[in-house]
Each structure stands twice: as C-alpha cells, then as structure tokens.
Write a protein that binds this ligand. Structure first.
Ligand code: DSN
Length: 425
C-alpha cells in the first residue's frame, strides 16, 4: 500500500520523538492506533486536521506574549501578533460578534474570565444543573463557580426533559440574579437563547451563553446564535469547531475592555501562542463550504443514529436530538452508565457515562451514556454507518457474553478500516 500524506506526517513526527523518548513515541503511536481502530463517539471530541496539528506543534510554543497584539509586555511579538490578529478576525467573521478574546487556555478559563468581568463573590448566579445537562463551571458546588457565587441551578421539565423556561422566569423574578449562565454539555435540544436573554434582561441580569458543544452549528447557522442576545458567549475550540484544545470568549462592545482585563491579567498570564495560531487555522477551515457540509453531516448522522437506537428500543433523553449528541437513558434498574461505558469500550466503541435528568445514581456511575457524532463524521462516515453503529451498540448493551463483545470489536475494526483518519498504522 502507498504511504499517504497522513502516513508520512505522522511517521516523521513519531520518528522525531522516538530519537529522544521512545516511551512517549510508543504512547503517541498507541493513541493513533486507538483512534484509528475504534469508534470515537464521545460528543465533546473530534479529530483536527494535520494543518491544525502542525500549527500546534510549531515554534510559537516558545514565545511569551503577555498582553494583546500591538500592546505586549515582551519584545519579538511581531509574528505571534499576526497569528492572534488572524484568529480574532476569523472568529469575528464566523460568529458575527463585536469583540473576541482568543487567549483562554480552556473553556473553564473562558467562563472564569466572564465571572471575573461581571460578578463579585457572593453574587446570585443561575446555571443549568449538571445532571440536567449543564457543566461543572456553571455552578457545581465543587467548582470555583459554586464556591464563589450564590448559585441557583435551573432544571429541565420532567415531562419533556427540555429546559423549563417558565420555571427559569419565575426563579429570575424571585432571586434577581446578576448573571444567568446558559449552554450545556449534555443537552440534545435547541437552546432558546433569545428567551433566556429576555428573562435575564427583564430582571437586569447579564447572560453568558456557553456554546462549547454547539459552536460548530452556531458558526454555520444551523443552531440559533446567542450572539445577538447575550452579552457574553464562551466556547471551547476543540469540539464541533474542530480546532485545537482551548477556549475563547466573545462579547458585546461595551464589555470588551473588562473582558480583556479579566482574561489577562485577571485569570491568565502568557497566552499559548502555538494554540492561538492553530485556532486561526481551524477558523479558516470553519469558514469554508466544506466545513458547513461537515456540520450538516454531523447533524444528519446524529438524527439517524438516534432514530436507529430508538427503533431498537432504547429510550433517549427528551425523545430525540436536534444537535450532535444524544443521551440513552438506561433506566434506574438497567445496566449503569459506568458498566455500559466499560462494556462498549471492550468492543472498541468509546462513549462516556452520564447522568440523566432526575438520576438516582451518583455522577461517577450514572444511568445514561452520552453519544455524539462529530468525530465519526470527521472520518467520513454517513447514515449507513450510523445504522450499523446503532446495531453494534445494541448488541453490546444487551449481551452479557464477552464473546459477543469481542465479535463486535472485529466488526468495529472492519468498519474503521474503511474510514482511516490519521494514516494507516
Ligand atoms: N468535559 C467536556 C465534555 O465532555 O462535555 C465539557 O468540559
């Protein structure tokens, strides 16, 4: 078989590391083989392009650049300034926002910067409950957000398992929050940002929309954008956006200065300039028609996978999906999320356990699993593969027999061989 550009890229990379550190080189190869031979269905993961990887592995990792383009605390920033300016301009083009800060090292730090820019310790903040689909940084008691602010979590409705906007409005009128945080990490439905912003503004609250999961759909117009309605919009850059691991914050013009001060020097020191360069590359990719087609395919694949699982008898949280992810509710008496995750892992199918709304199990065990289509879609898989994946998941979850799991693993190998992602290995 002829070596592809991917093969050559990764062989060179691993050989370079191997000369210095054979153990890490082995781990790198092992991870590439794990990716290549398994089905990656973790909703928050994706596979970046070789161009994004190359920018991440570049000389810009060496540079200190505290400050912002044109106003740094270090000399020699002329080329990293180019990278940061391009990242900012492209992000603005993608999301049509007034201002953006591309320096946050992660989504958690992006959110922390918004809290710092808007709230004082002890202020009342609303966030969606973690077990109803929210995120740790939206006010979980063990997270800095929950420790610093007076958090009132809002929930989904029991009947529809969708956000209870009426209860949220009642809560806002009663507690008058400083900030309402919306957005989710395990919510399969469209989020009505316009309604949430109206609820917040009625009581004088600001809104932060965390679109880490759905950023790709928002960028191409396949999910309503929070940008016209919410003062702050945060995201990670590595999920549906398919960029390097990192975060960013967008905001309306009057908050630009406060936001930039909150990111640096408020929360962070030197920005990761190699990651910012890679963000710029990923945003350039996201501005192409090919990326829009990719996101359309992510959504089609999620719908087909979800419908196929429902036809096989699985109960999905909220009865379906509008985005890139779905949650199987395995039931309080069924196999736990933890067991399901382990068992699917043995069959070469990677998912994560998740709580479901009103779960009676602890988060580490959970009664559900979360499944997403961004990564398998990046491999080029389509609806036929989604139907096949649904039947493989069904077989593994319904069988106690290790031989069945091993047989499914063989089928996963067959399937993935037809859709290589990072060269053959
Ligand atoms: N851990 C991420 C996720 O899996 O959704 C959120 O930070």
């Amino acid at each position: 078989m002829n070596a592809t550009p991917g093969d050559r890229f990764f062989s060179a990379l691993e050989a370079t590391v191997r000369e210095v550190d054979p153990q890490i080189a082995e781990a790198l190869l092992g991870e590439r083989q794990r990716i290549d031979r398994g089905l990656e269905l973790i909703a928050s993961e994706n596979f970046v392009s070789p161009a994004v990887l190359a920018a991440m592995g570049s000389v810009m990792t060496n540079k200190y650049a505290e400050g912002y383009p044109g106003k740094r605390y270090y000399g020699g920033c002329e080329f990293v300034d180019v990278a940061e300016e391009l990242a900012r301009e492209r992000a603005k083009q993608l999301f049509h926002c007034d201002h953006v800060n591309v320096q946050p090292h992660s989504g958690a730090q992006a959110n922390m910067a918004v809290y710092l820019a808007t709230c004082q310790p002890g202020d009342v903040v609303f966030g969606m409950d973690l077990s109803h689909g929210g995120h740790l940084t939206h006010g979980h008691p063990l997270n800095y957000s929950g420790k610093t602010f007076q958090i009132h979590p809002y929930l989904v409705r029991r009947d529809t398992e969708t956000i209870d906007y009426d209860a949220l409005r009642d809560m806002a009128r009663q507690y008058r929050p400083k900030l309402i945080v919306c957005g989710a990490s395990a919510y399969p439905r469209i989020i009505d940002f316009e309604t949430i912003a109206a609820i917040a503004h009625e009581v004088g609250a600001l809104v932060m929309a965390d679109i880490a999961h759905i950023a790709g759909m928002v960028a191409v117009g396949l999910h309503p954008s929070p940008v016209p309605h919410c003062e702050f919009v945060t995201t990670t850059t590595h999920k549906t956006l398919r960029g390097p691991r990192g975060g960013m914050v967008m905001c309306q013009a009057p908050f630009a200065e406060a936001l930039d001060k909150a990111v640096f020097p408020g929360v962070q020191g030197g920005p990761l300039m190699h990651i910012i360069a890679a963000k710029a590359v990923a945003f350039a990719e996201a501005l192409t028609p090919a990326y829009r087609s990719y996101i359309q395919q992510v959504l089609t694949n999620a719908r087909v996978l979800c419908e196929s699982l429902m036809e096989l008898g699985w109960r999905m949280v909220s009865g379906g999906t509008d985005n890139h992810l779905m949650l199987i509710n395995l039931g309080a008496d069924g196999i736990s999320g933890k067991k399901a995750e382990e068992r699917l892992g043995l069959a070469g199918i990677t998912v994560n356990k998740n709580t479901v709304p009103f779960d009676t199990r602890k988060p580490y065990i959970g009664s559900g699993i979360r499944i997403g289509t961004p990564a398998v879609t990046s491999r080029g898989m389509g609806p036929d593969e989604m139907r096949r994946i649904a039947s493989l998941i069904d077989r593994v979850l319904r069988s106690e027999d290790e031989a069945v799991w091993a047989e499914v693993k063989q089928q996963v190998l067959e399937l993935t061989r037809a859709f290589p992602i990072y060269g053959s290995c």
